[in-house]
Every structure is written in structure tokens, then in C-alpha cells.
Design a protein around this ligand. Structure first.
Ligand SMILES: [Zn+2]
Length: 230
């Protein structure tokens, strides 16, 4: 028997992928308007990661409409039941919204050319372009090095020099090296990071930019301490 295939949200990859349909069981409700008219229990197996996803798809007849070409559109709501940690991915939109606010906050201290890449990188993630986003994260690290070289604060646009001049510590440098490696993998081996890891890297970038550009400004804004003049 032929395997049935469909595009479905993979709970592991966090994006729509080509999936094999293992179970697709539909049941229609008896017209109680508190409940959706159709509930589909869907078990799919992702052809990318080979993992299964269990989801509950609900369809309300009242939400259906005809588009401008006269084609019937049935909006569906998909809730991932398994894997459990997919909940993290559902909060993707929330993460993006809150990170946009963080970028606004960085606007007052961070060079605009760096923020431009950061914004593009977040847009890429918002549109599920994880490969571009992974490459973009690497570009941000590079752009910080280049900005510091341009302003004459480090001799060469190198991460080693950021460490040497005390802009980052060893721990932070080790994380930046990872981000650079991920970017290279995405660019050369087309191997993007998964949502959760991308979000962690965004957080790392925020901490990096705050440390390098925001902290010195805060220091200048704070009143002189009277007791311990250093
Ligand atoms: Zn998958």
C-alpha cells in the first residue's frame, strides 16, 4: 500500500516538513457550538528527522470562507500533543515579539549597522528561514569585531582581540566560537539550527551587545560613588 504523505508541522524540527501520515482519525462533533466541528487526531512521521509528532487539528465550519478565486478555505488550528517540549516552539511568536522590544532597547547604545543585521536575522527567524538566521547570527559576531576594529579599539577584527582587550571573557568567547561554527555549518553544509537553539543564540547575542555597548554607558550615567573612589 502506498504511504500517504503531507506537509505537516514537525514537533521536533519546529517547522512544516514533508511527513508520512501514520494515523489520521477524524471525528465530527454533534453540533454543540462550544466544540469545534471536526477534530483530527494526527500522527505523522517527519521525513527529515524521522521523529513522530502527535497533533490535534481542529476545524470549525463557521470559520470556512471562500477566497477571491472562489476556493473554499478551511482554517485549521494545530496543537502539538507530542513531543512535549514542542511547547517551547509554540512560544516562538512570543519570543520574537519580546526580542523585537529588546532590539528597540539596544537602539540607544548599539551601532546601527550591527542592529540592522540583528533585525534582518530576527525577520529571517520570524519567517522560519532558519538557515539564513543561523548564518545571520554569525554575521552579528563578525560585525561586532569589525566595528571595534573600525573604531580603533582592537587592532584586527578578530574574536581573539575582543578577548585580549577585555570586551569578552573566555567563557563568552567559547560561546561565540560555537555561534560562528553554527553559521559556517549553515552556510556551507546547509545545516541550520533548530528553533530552540536559535533562540538561545539570540539571547547570547543580546547579552554580548549589552555587555559591550550598554554597560559602559550605564557606568557613565550612574552618579559617582563617594565612599569608594576607584
Ligand atoms: Zn522533523
Amino acid at each position: 500500500m502506498d504511504k500517504k504523505m503531507m506537509k505537516a508541522l514537525c514537533g521536533t524540527c519546529g517547522i512544516e516538513t514533508n511527513c508520512e501520515v501514520i494515523i489520521s482519525e477524524s471525528s465530527r462533533s454533534d453540533g454543540d457550538y462550544e466544540y469545534p466541528d471536526e477534530v483530527v487526531l494526527l500522527v505523522t512521521k517527519c521525513l527529515g528527522c524521522n521523529k513522530c509528532t502527535v497533533s490535534r487539528v481542529t476545524i470549525c465550519d463557521s470559520d470556512m470562507y471562500f477566497d477571491e478565486n472562489g476556493k473554499l478555505v478551511c482554517p485549521q488550528t494545530t496543537k502539538i500533543i507530542y513531543p512535549k517540549y514542542y511547547n517551547k516552539n509554540i512560544s516562538r511568536e512570543k519570543f520574537i515579539e519580546s526580542f523585537k522590544t529588546k532590539i528597540e532597547e539596544l537602539d540607544s547604545c548599539c551601532p546601527s549597522e550591527i542592529l540592522l543585521i540583528l533585525r534582518e536575522c530576527l525577520y529571517a527567524y520570524e519567517f522560519r528561514l532558519n538557515t539564513l538566521s543561523t548564518v545571520g547570527l554569525r554575521m552579528i559576531v563578525d560585525s561586532v569585531c569589525q566595528e571595534k576594529e573600525k573604531s580603533g579599539e582592537i587592532p584586527k577584527a578578530k574574536r581573539d582581540d575582543l578577548l585580549e582587550k577585555g570586551y569578552i571573557n573566555k567563557e563568552q568567547k567559547a560561546i561565540l566560537e560555537k555561534i560562528v561554527d553554527y553559521g559556517n555549518d549553515a552556510a556551507h553544509k546547509f545545516n541550520p539550527l533548530k528553533n530552540n537553539d536559535i533562540e538561545i543564540c539570540f539571547d547570547v547575542i543580546e547579552i554580548l551587545l549589552k555587555n559591550i555597548y550598554h554597560l559602559p554607558k550605564i557606568k557613565n550615567k550612574l552618579p559617582e560613588s563617594k565612599r569608594n573612589k576607584r
